[in-house]
Design a protein. Structure first.
Length: 152
């Protein structure tokens, strides 16, 4: 192997960690509410215009409730939990595929019993997520299933 080039194979170690992949905070700036979740960027591919990230929540953890112009393509890779998309709440488990379209409120929550991890494909150039206003949150909670989901 050419020593000044990164290896084109980055070996899976164990426990959802890979060689040369940093485990980082979910969001750097702490500007949005989330809990017990980490981020690993597996691929950053300018030529393809995309990134593939692995997020992992501890038991009971959750991602930010947000929406944005860019879409997500998600595969659950570990554990099980619940996904909110728009006004729909669904149980999700390992290897399920989730399509998150533009401008749709979304959040993922790990079940209490264990961690949940997921792969998320996203545009490299993307807009900043929006958080719900108090009014938007109240409107979402008018749906009992959504209210129950958000109560965690
Ligand atoms: Mn998002």
């Amino acid at each position: 192997m050419d020593s000044d080039k990164p290896d084109f194979v980055r070996t899976f170690r164990s426990d959802y960690r890979w060689d040369s992949v940093l485990r980082q905070p979910y969001k750097q700036d702490g500007s949005a509410p989330f809990r017990d979740i980490s981020r690993q960027v597996l691929f950053q591919e300018p030529d393809m215009g995309c990134e593939l990230r692995y997020f992992e929540m501890d038991a009971g953890g959750h991602s930010t409730l947000e929406r944005h112009e860019h879409a997500h393509a998600v595969m659950i890779l570990r554990g099980h939990g619940t996904c909110l998309l728009g006004d729909t709440v669904r149980a999700v488990k390992t290897f399920d595929l989730i399509s998150i379209p533009a401008w749709t409120w979304h959040q993922l929550r790990a079940n209490a019993g264990g961690p949940m991890g997921f792969l998320c494909m996203v545009n490299q150039q993307r807009d900043r997520p929006q958080l719900p206003t108090a009014e938007q949150l109240a409107a979402m909670k008018a749906n009992p299933a959504v209210a129950e989901f958000l109560a965690g």
